[in-house]
Write a protein that binds this ligand. Structure first.
Ligand SMILES: [Zn+2]
Length: 185
């Protein structure tokens, strides 16, 4: 950030009085521009024994497969965000069940929240997807998944499916995890 989004003057990066980390400060109007993690909300859409994946039409990771997910917007709930992203990327309506994976990515300031969901109708590729398809477990393109959060969510799902019990899984992906993932991709 170079300029104050409130008054347009130049900002500086320094620790405000009484704080413990640097922020963008505007001396002209006194604004402190806090920056906080962003939430990525999405679904794990199930249809019978198959799971819906989308092949990304946009960067990053264009051409790789993902679960429908994206940045939450202001004024919506996490469930609404997950359903909206599923509609935008896969033109699919879903019944959303519980929150299934909550994954912190502190090095890139994101939190993933993926909900289990059931497809209630058809699907097709939205503008951000090259194609959308249903996969049996043995068909999952493990080497062509877009992000480690997606792989982790799918691994949990197949591990839990045996006894049909799907507890919430909370975990972290570190910079090292991420390097390992993209290094091998
Ligand atoms: Zn200002």
């Amino acid at each position: 950030m170079n300029f104050c989004s409130h008054c347009g003057q130049t900002v500086r990066f320094a620790i405000p009085a009484g704080d413990d980390r640097p922020r963008y400060l505007c001396d002209a109007c006194g604004s402190i521009h806090y920056q906080n993690p962003r939430i990525v909300a999405g679904t794990l859409p199930v249809s019978g024994s198959r799971i819906l994946l989308c092949r990304r039409a946009i960067s990053p990771r264009k051409g790789y497969w993902t679960l429908p997910a994206g940045f939450m917007e202001n004024a919506e709930t996490t469930v609404q965000a997950a359903a909206r992203e599923t509609w935008e990327e896969a033109c699919a309506e879903v019944d959303i069940h519980g929150l299934y994976t909550l994954i912190n990515l502190p090095h890139i300031n994101q939190v993933y929240m993926i909900f289990r969901a059931e497809l209630t109708g058809g699907f097709s590729a939205g503008p951000e997807s090259l194609e959308v398809a249903l996969f049996e477990e043995h068909e999952i393109p493990w080497d062509e998944l877009a992000f480690p959060t997606i792989e982790r969510t799918l691994r949990h799902f197949y591990a839990d499916r045996g006894d049909g019990h799907y507890p919430l899984h909370i975990s972290d992906i570190t910079a090292e995890d991420r390097e390992r993932y993209f290094g091998s991709a």
